[in-house]
Design a binder for this molecule. Sequence first.
Ligand code: 13P
Ligand code: SF4
Length: 303
Amino acid sequence: AEQNRELRERLLQLKKERNAIILAHYYQRDEIQEVADFRGDSFLLAQKAAETDADVIVFCGVHFMGESAKILAPNKTVIIPDERAGCPMADMVNVDGLRKLKAQHPNAKVVTYINSSAEIKAETDICCTSANAVRVVNSVDADEIIWVPDKNLGHYVQQKTDKKMIIWEGYCNTHDMLTVKDVEEMKAKHPNAQFVVHPECRPEVVALGDFVGSTTAIIKHCKESDCQEFIVGTEDGTGYQLRLDSPGKTFHFATKYLVCPNMKVNNLKKLVKSLETMQPQIYVPEDVAAKARLSLERMLQVK
Ligand code: 13P
Ligand code: SF4
């Protein structure tokens, strides 16, 4: 505790010196969320990165999030606490594979989940997050959509749109692990609880949801709902904001395995060190960034 107090003081000082803001995804460790200027889901944090007038953005999340921030704010310095924090789902699609699919479906437009590399975004018509996926797909001026990389979110969106979706086979290791059996056991134990679930979970698990949404949407729903007890089907770091916003309510995570090891690579010590050394920094080659930026900016414009 003493060491964390010293780290927090050092962080405040460095933040001022560097004119930096700290953005933290809801899946980060509590010790990081506590010191963040903004906590949020992927959508909100991308918006904050695009809007900020700070000189330095410290992005606490996984690599593609820092990359998206750099693409949206090319004149800022973007640093991350540890460059080994990647997203395995983002690595499940490659440029060659996507180009092949585009050649097979020349009339289709590409909608890419923000959980993807800059190179994939550069091959994309429009990006989306779990917060706006249905709206983004419906906004596209084509009947056919190539969807990468999350098959589970893709399946969820396909149920809510008339467009024909060609869905890549990627998935989030963490959310995809949750099973119907896990949820049914929890429901039997807590019969008065609502099940709130992230659309990165398997379709048959999402189908059990009383509420389906991005992490921000889940947190908002739990706060506003009359229900007092929830079974949560998303990553365990979300508990920090859930408890802060709904202090009287009870939250049961659907299993103890809903932990993204990549998100947890970051910690307070590495965060302070990154701001001290200004390393590791995110670089995106400008030709890639310019194309990727269009797909992100189109997303930010969808109402
Ligand atoms: P959201 O931030 O859109 O809820 O997505 C969850 C996620 O898995 C981020 O990596
Ligand atoms: Fe990637 Fe899943 Fe971790 Fe999000 S929770 S960073 S989608 S592995």
